[in-house]
Design a binder for this molecule. Structure first.
Ligand SMILES: Nc1ncnc2c1ncn2[C@@H]1O[C@H](COP(=O)(O)OP(=O)(O)O)[C@@H](O)[C@H]1O
Ligand SMILES: [Mg+2]
Length: 503
């Protein structure tokens, strides 16, 4: 009898489907049930050798005929020894917690087979905000992590410069031997080691006005993606984005191992999410509610909390109130955020300005007058519960869709204050945090200050009228110096150059 067996290459998909059909949501569940190590299960499911008895037992659990799916282990021994000796390194950055992950069996199997069987070098997961891209890719990366020597996760949601991300990637895959942000060096490392790179939120560096293209100063991201898709190596880059980048669109049409998956709302997943909330209603009503919100997990989570807040958790009462049945995400947020207190609003504005993960201590420091950390924590916890804020260790930030909504509200309010020369938020918030990292300050300039300047132009129509208004403010500021806080004065100094006709 052969000592070890492998699943035949052309039977791997069938075995993975059998795992799901037999009620195992993931490899861990199968490992737990059978008592085998997770690494053994992973080897079995990826066509690597496992002991004969183990192989037979796993087939029995999965109701499969072991003779039909097996092949002898004919791999030369030294290859597996080398693999075992490889140093495994992982850096999960700001990846989210996926301990309560539901459904998506097909999507997980699909991407896993692209990466592990077809050796895809570039995989893009695409779909609208809140549909579950980040959750899916995190779950997948955790599932296949053992197949890679290096795993690195980075979010692009704060629009980091290309050089800063490249320095980070090169440094990580070179064991901190190199830091030069050089694409060719990165490819060298992707050849010598099997690396899994994940870049979440690519849409933040794409140009919204021009489908698939990059914002100014971010074009090099396109080059990185193209080279990773084209060059020969055994690593993989997974991207998530709301829009497809031009490189992915171009490369996936050819024979290159480049694929993209369009993710849509899932009835099964949305229903499971809803069931985990304390709502009163039949399964039929729950399914109806999910369908109304396109089975989009984020929308379903937000609306479930609205129902708990306003209708004692009663779905039926909510469904009867047609006026509250808004399905657009910004109207949903408006519904949630209209009812919050001034202090809660200010916390949301500060989180939008900070752009990146913030600690409670840092957030408390932003406030003038000071606010207690326990009060802050209480508010933050309630936002987490409403799915508006994410927590990562002791750091907090807004969900991307929420951050966009709050930033727009901030533009709107600041413009009204500047037009009416009635400074409230303008005095209490720092629109550019002068102590923030260069990257973040650049993003604050681009996403907060500049749109405010644009809106003011739009309001006054005539540049001369706007200039006169600024002069008026300036004159008042001289007199009112005491009335502008240090935040207000700095905001004014930073905003006014953007408004002069010389720009
Ligand atoms: N399969 C899933 N199981 C459990 N929760 C999910 C799942 N997919 C998404 N969610 C939840 O829905 C919300 C939105 O998902 P996310 O992955 O952040 O969306 P996207 O990245 O597409 O904007 C998050 O709170 C996430 O935890
Ligand atoms: Mg996401």
């Amino acid at each position: 009898m052969p000592r070890s067996l492998r699943v035949r290459h052309d039977r791997i998909d069938k075995v993975k489907i059998a795992v799901a059909i037999n009620g195992y949501p993931n490899q861990r569940a199968l490992a737990h049930d059978t008592g085998f190590a997770l690494a053994t299960i992973s080897n079995f499911l990826t066509g690597k050798p496992v002991g004969h008895a183990t192989f037979e037992e796993l087939c029995r659990r999965l109701n499969m005929d072991w003779k039909e799916i097996s092949t002898l282990n004919i791999k030369p021994k030294n290859i597996s020894i080398n693999t075992q000796e490889a140093v495994k390194k992982q850096d999960w950055g700001t990846a989210i917690d996926v301990s309560s992950f539901y459904g998506r069996f097909q999507e997980l199997l699909q991407i896993e087979s692209w990466i592990l069987q077809d050796n895809c070098r570039l995989v893009a997961v695409l779909g609208m905000g809140g549909v579950g891209k980040t959750a899916l890719v995190t779950q997948l990366a955790q599932k296949i992590q053992d197949e890679f020597d290096y795993v690195i996760w980075r979010s692009l949601r704060t629009s980091p410069s290309f050089d800063s991300i490249m320095t980070d990637l090169v440094s990580f895959v070179s064991n901190h031997q190199e830091t030069k942000p050089d694409i060719n060096r990165l490819i060298q490392y992707l050849r010598t080691n099997r690396c899994l790179l994940i870049l979440d939120n690519l849409e933040t560096v794409l140009d919204v006005g021009h489908a698939g293209n990059y914002s100014l100063d971010y074009e090099k991201y396109g080059e990185l993606i193209r080279v990773i898709g084209e060059a020969a190596h055994s690593s993989c880059l997974i991207l998530t984005s709301r829009n497809k980048s031009a490189e992915v669109a171009l490369l996936e049409g050819t024979e290159l191992p480049v694929r993209s998956l369009n993710l849509f709302g899932s009835p099964e997943l949305a229903f499971s999410l809803l069931r985990s909330k304390q709502l009163v209603g039949s399964d039929k009503q729950k399914r109806e509610l999910c369908a109304r919100y396109s089975n989009n997990p984020l929308k379903v989570k937000i609306v479930a909390n609205t129902i708990i807040d306003l209708f004692n958790g009663n779905i039926c009462k909510f469904l009867k109130q047609n006026t509250l049945l808004v399905t657009n995400i910004s109207r949903l947020l408006e519904q949630q955020l209209n009812r919050i207190s001034k202090i809660e609003q200010e916390i949301m504005y500060w989180l939008a300005i900070n752009r990146e993960l913030t600690t409670i201590t840092d957030l408390a420091r932003d406030f003038v007058p000071a606010i207690s950390q326990s009060q802050l924590l209480q508010v933050i916890e309630s936002f987490i519960w409403r799915s508006l804020i994410e927590k990562n260790a002791n750091y907090y930030t807004q969900r991307p869709t929420v951050m966009e909504y709050i930033t727009e509200q901030l533009h709107h309010k600041i413009v009204i204050e500047l037009v009416n020369k009635n400074f409230s938020l303008f005095n209490r918030l720092a629109l550019i945090v002068t102590t923030a990292k260069d990257d973040i300050r650049a993003t604050q300039m681009q996403l907060i200050m500049q749109p405010i300047a644009d809106k003011l132009y739009h309001h006054f129509l005539l540049i001369s009228a706007l200039e006169q208004h600024i002069l008026d403010i300036l004159a008042e500021v001289q007199q009112l110096k005491n009335c502008l806080s240090s935040y207000g004065s700095t905001n004014y100094q930073l905003e006014s150059p953007l408004l002069s006709s010389e720009n």
